[in-house]
Design a protein around this ligand. Structure first.
Ligand code: FES
Length: 291
């Protein structure tokens, strides 16, 4: 798989900086997505750093809440929108809980961007099928906006996104916008019927099967809870998608983000250095034990 990580841009970004020293960024907006997920918007305190900050869809950063610790999260916004950058965080541990206690104007540390990215050159001219569940839309969202902002470079775009309930749907404002865009086929679903919901009901893998996007010249980009991925992969196989044409991102296993701690390896691959974006062909044997 060819990735489009532009190493020289990242080197330039780090040129005056020790890789371990974070840049200070300020929270400029906070959006409550679900009862446990918030999206934070940031601008670097140093305007020059903000101007020079380049990243690609799929890359991640190491975020520090001073006094609480640091953790890696994907950048949720698109590099086509450079005024600020965003991260969506589910309250699950010490650092994310500390993040959720911060308000607009608070300062955090950011190191990065790290990792590879979604392979835009490989995706150009192709039909794209995004399959996301819950907070798994966060890394896909960067690429979806990137594609939407460069729509002519891609063929058909299907987005299938689901969550347990209407309240658990993230980025509702984006879902509405994508649904209105005739150049995108947006399908939103929830797992169980809900009196407040008049839309589609069904698990993401079943809805994918019903939508049945063509595998011709197509790539599926999947991110969501492990159970969703487990049931989505056989559906994609049934629809004719090969492991080489299924992409996913594995950010959750990372700690240091730069290949030092050894916490993120799956088999011989390091998620932080070799990923976080992989084709299913690259990780299939480590994930399923199949050769
Ligand atoms: S996250 Fe530390 S080695 Fe990959």
């Amino acid at each position: 798989m060819t990735t489009t990580t532009d190493v020289s841009k990242r080197r330039k970004f780090f040129a005056q900086n020790n890789v371990y020293v974070p840049h200070v960024a300020v929270i400029t907006e906070i959006i409550d997505e679900t009862p446990t997920i918030r999206t934070f918007h940031f601008k670097f305190k140093d305007e020059k750093v903000q101007q020079e900050f380049n990243f690609e869809s799929g890359q991640f950063g190491e975020y520090t809440v001073f006094g609480a610790g640091e953790a890696t999260f994907c950048i949720t916004s698109s590099p086509t929108r450079r005024d600020h950058f965003e991260v969506a965080l589910q309250k699950v541990g010490k650092v994310t809980n500390a993040f959720h206690r911060l308000g607009v104007g608070a300062e955090i540390g950011f190191r990065g961007p790290y990792g590879n990215s979604f392979p835009l050159d490989f995706l150009k001219g192709k039909n794209l099928v995004f399959v996301g569940g819950g907070i798994g839309l966060a890394p896909l969202r960067s690429l979806i906006w990137n594609v939407a902002d460069n729509r002519k470079l891609y063929d058909k775009v299907n987005i299938i996104y689901g969550a347990r309930s209407p309240a658990d749907l993230s980025f509702k404002y984006d879902l509405e916008e994508w649904a209105k865009d005739s150049a995108l086929n947006m399908v939103t679903t929830i797992d169980r019927a809900d009196p407040k919901w008049s839309g589609r009901v069904g698990m993401v893998p079943s809805v994918l099967e019903q939508v049945a996007p063509s595998n011709q010249n197509a790539v599926a980009i999947v991110c969501g809870p492990p159970i969703m991925i487990r049931f989505t992969l056989p559906v994609l196989a049934k629809l004719g998608f090969t492991p080489e044409n299924i992409l996913t991102t594995l950010e959750k296993r990372m700690k240091c983000g730069i290949g030092k701690c050894g916490r993120c390896n799956i088999g011989p691959v390091f998620v932080c250095k070799d990923g976080p974006v992989f084709t299913y062909a690259q990780i299939k044997s480590f994930v399923t034990g199949e050769g």
